[in-house]
Design a protein around this ligand. Structure first.
Ligand code: NDP
Ligand code: KPL
Length: 330
C-alpha cells in the first residue's frame, strides 16, 4: 500500500507528491484528469522550476482504478470537489487511516463529518503552483506549509507528516491550524478580489488598497467574533488588517513586495476563470464565513458584493475588468 495517496495531483498535490516520491516515499496519485494521469504514467511527473525541469516516476490512476484500501491520504482537490471525493473515499479509508486537507477554505469540517474527526488532519497551504500542461506542474514560488490536528494536539501523526513533507521544504506543525486557515481567508479575500481583473495580484492589491484593507477586515472581524487566534505567515500579518488597525499600509508594502517576487503572479481563482473556464472554489471557501457573519451579526457587505461580482464574471454575465475593483471601492 502507498504510504501517501495524493487525491488531486494537480498544482499543490503534484508539487508535494513530486517531493515525497523523490525523497523515496511510496506515493500514489489519484486524479480525475485523465490526460494528466496518462502523462504521469508514461513520462513521470515533471516539476518546472527556475532551474529547469525535474522529473520523477510516480504511480498515477484515475479514481475508478484506485486500490480498495487507502491509508495516508493527502487531499488537494479544489474545495467544491471535496464532497464528491469524500463519498468515494469513505468506504476505502482504512480504520487507522487519515485525510489531510491541503486546501484553501475550511474543508476540515466537511471531511470530519464524513470520515470522523479522528481521521481528519488540517493543513494550511500557501505555496504557489500551477499545472501548465498534463503531467507538468510549474513551481510558482515558496510559501508556508503548516499541518495540525483540528483540535490543536501536536500528535505523533502530525509530526510524521511534517517530517515527511520537509522533503518539499520548511513544513511545520501547529497547535492552531484554524488560526492559519482564517488568516488565509482574510488574505484570500484580497486574492479573490484580484480575480475580477486581469492583472498581477500585487499590482491590484497595491492600486486598490482601501478596498483590499476593508474586505480583509470584514473577514477577520468574523474570525475574531468566533474567538479565533489569527496566525501570521509569509508576509501576511493579520494583526495589521483587523478592524481598528492603522498598520495596513506598511503591512501591504511588505505583502506586495513579497508577492512581486513570486513567479506565479495571478491567483488560482483567476486561472480557473480566465484560462480553464471553470467554476471557482471560492464560494465554498466563503460560504461558511457568510453564514457565521450572519449568525453573529458581523456586517460583510464588501465580501458579499465582491462574491456576487465574481459569480457574474465566472458565468460570463460580466467581463473581467479592473472597473469592478473601482466600483467596489467607492
Ligand atoms: N495552486 C496554488 O498555488 C494554491 C492552491 N491552493 C489550494 O490547494 C487546493 C488544490 O488546488 P490546486 O492544486 O491549485 O488545484 P488543481 O486544479 O491544480 O488540482 C486539483 C486536481 O484534482 C483533480 N480532481 C478533481 N476532482 C477530483 C476527484 N473527485 N478525484 C480525484 N481528483 C480530482 C482535478 O482534476 P480536473 O482538473 O479534471 O478537475 C485536478 O487535476 C485548492 O483548495 C486551492 O485553493 C492553496 C494555495 C496555493
Ligand atoms: C495566490 C495563492 C497561490 C496563494 O497561496 C493561492 O491561494 C491561489 O492561487 O489560489
Amino acid at each position: 500500500m502507498a504510504e501517501y495517496t495524493v487525491v488531486g495531483g494537480g498544482a499543490i498535490g503534484g508539487t508535494l507528491a513530486f517531493h515525497l516520491a523523490r525523497a523515496g516515499h511510496r506515493v500514489l496519485i489519484v486524479d480525475a484528469d485523465e490526460a494528466h494521469v496518462a502523462a504521469i504514467r508514461s513520462n513521470g511527473l515533471v516539476l518546472r522550476g527556475p532551474d529547469g525541469d525535474a522529473r520523477v516516476s510516480i504511480e498515477a490512476v484515475v479514481p475508478d482504478a484506485a486500490p480498495a484500501e487507502l491509508r495516508g491520504v493527502l487531499l488537494a482537490v479544489k474545495a467544491q470537489a471535496t464532497a464528491g471525493v469524500l463519498s468515494w473515499l469513505e468506504p476505502r479509508l482504512a480504520s487507522d487511516g487519515f485525510v489531510v486537507s491541503l486546501q484553501n477554505g475550511l474543508n476540515e469540517r466537511l471531511i470530519a463529518s464524513v470520515v470522523g474527526p479522528e481521521r481528519t488532519v488540517g493543513a494550511f497551504v500557501n505555496l504557489f503552483a500551477d499545472v501548465v500542461e498534463p503531467g507538468v506542474v510549474r513551481d510558482g514560488g515558496q510559501g508556508a506549509l503548516v499541518v495540525g490536528e483540528p483540535d490543536g494536539r501536536i500528535s505523533e501523526r502530525v509530526e510524521r507528516i511534517v517530517a515527511d513533507l520537509q522533503a518539499w521544504g520548511p513544513a511545520k506543525a501547529t497547535d492552531n491550524v484554524e488560526g492559519y486557515l482564517w488568516a488565509k481567508l482574510g488574505f484570500g479575500a484580497m486574492l479573490t478580489t484580484t480575480a475580477l481583473a486581469d492583472a498581477p495580484m500585487a499590482e491590484l492589491i497595491d492600486r486598490h488598497r482601501p478596498l483590499m484593507h476593508a474586505i480583509t477586515a470584514e473577514v477577520l472581524a468574523v474570525a475574531l467574533a468566533g474567538g479565533r487566534r489569527l496566525e501570521a505567515f509569509d508576509q501576511f500579518d493579520p494583526a495589521a488588517y483587523v478592524p481598528g488597525s492603522t498598520a495596513q499600509d506598511a503591512a501591504t508594502d511588505r505583502l506586495t513586495a513579497w508577492l512581486r517576487t513570486m513567479p506565479k503572479d495571478r491567483s488560482g481563482i483567476w486561472r480557473d476563470i480566465a484560462v480553464r473556464h471553470r467554476p471557482v472554489e471560492v464560494h465554498d471557501h466563503y460560504g461558511p464565513v457568510l453564514a457565521e457573519a450572519a449568525s453573529r451579526g458581523v456586517p460583510v457587505p464588501l465580501l458579499t458584493a465582491m462574491l456576487e461580482r465574481l459569480r457574474a464574471v465566472e458565468t460570463g454575465e460580466a467581463a473581467m475588468s479592473e472597473q469592478h475593483l473601482v466600483e467596489l471601492g467607492r
